[in-house]
Write a protein that binds this ligand. Structure first.
Ligand SMILES: N[C@@H](CCC(=O)N[C@@H](CS)C(=O)NCC(=O)O)C(=O)O
Length: 262
């Protein structure tokens, strides 16, 4: 039996939902709002970091989205989401490592500096600070505090953009060799990367890959893929789209200025 604790807009959860769709698997779902419920005592018992996703398989909690992707491929080998040869397998792991170590927090930084910031600023500072400070992962709380306060002027934004640029240049390099990021077919590299490219698009930052036509082509193919449609687009309600509609101010001019200084 499979259970998934997740949130529709969570990039890490989107990875796992894509993988489950690719495997034709359904999990019993527990939706979290991520407005405090991720730090409640009962949830911390399944995921002590107070984050989603958590996959529970036959009662055993499996955490960390990249490890969940590998786990799903092991328990449901068909169709495989890991290439057979060592070199492309290594490439899948490299994408996941880059994302785990750098891109994920960078995505949080850009998202909270733009789309999620206005909602926090509607309540008094001490209220949102208390909410953020409950997180067990203190470094993430520090990033969020800075970008809610300073938006794209935060000291963390420049580095966050650089990590996304690194991801895009890796993708352009891989896609120069074939239609997928690792090996000859759709793999766990795609599951891991797709949500971060979608997030850049939702933040109106798709011009970051203007110089990489192979990335644009890959993204058009991935957007149209049934698993991606079912796992992400079909699941987004008006409420999930809301933070990304009418982003004000448009993040691009400031991002462009930061990239020029880089
Ligand atoms: N390394 C973790 C990161 C998980 C993570 O940060 N999840 C976000 C949503 S994408 C979350 O739960 N955020 C709630 C919070 O930061 O309080 C993973 O890959 O599973």
């Amino acid at each position: 039996m499979l259970e998934l604790y997740h949130n529709i807009n969570s990039v890490c959860a989107q990875k796992v939902r894509i993988a489950l769709k690719e495997k034709g698997q359904e999990a019993q779902e527990h939706l979290l709002t991520l407005r405090g419920d991720q730090n409640e005592r009962d949830y911390l018992k399944v995921n002590p970091n107070g984050v989603v996703p958590t996959l529970v398989h036959n009662g055993v909690p499996i955490v960390e989205s990249s490890l969940i992707l590998y786990y799903i491929d092991e328990i449901f080998p068909d169709p495989p989401l890991m290439p057979e040869a060592p070199a492309p397998r290594f490439r899948v792991r490299m994408y996941n490592k880059l994302i785990d170590e750098y891109v994920h927090n960078s995505c949080t930084i850009l998202t909270f500096a733009t789309a999620f910031r206005p909602n926090f600023l509607k309540v008094p500072r001490e209220v949102w600070l208390a909410e953020i400070d409950k997180a067990p992962l203190k470094r993430r709380a520090e990033y969020k505090r800075s970008v809610i306060e300073h938006g794209l002027e935060s000291e963390f934004v420049h580095g966050a953009l650089a990590q996304h640029q690194k991801l895009l240049s890796w993708m352009a390099d891989s896609l120069g060799r074939g239609p997928y990021l690792a090996g000859d077919s759709f793999s766990n590299a795609e599951c891991a990367v797709i949500p971060y490219i979608l997030r850049l698009e939702l933040l109106k930052l798709d011009r970051l890959w203007a110089e990489y036509p192979a990335v644009a082509d890959w993204w058009a193919r991935m957007r149209a893929r049934p698993s991606v449609k079912a796992a992400i687009f079909d699941r987004m309600t008006e409420k999930d789209w809301a933070p990304f509609k009418n982003l004000a101010p448009d993040p691009w001019p400031k991002v462009k200025e930061l990239l020029r200084v880089a």
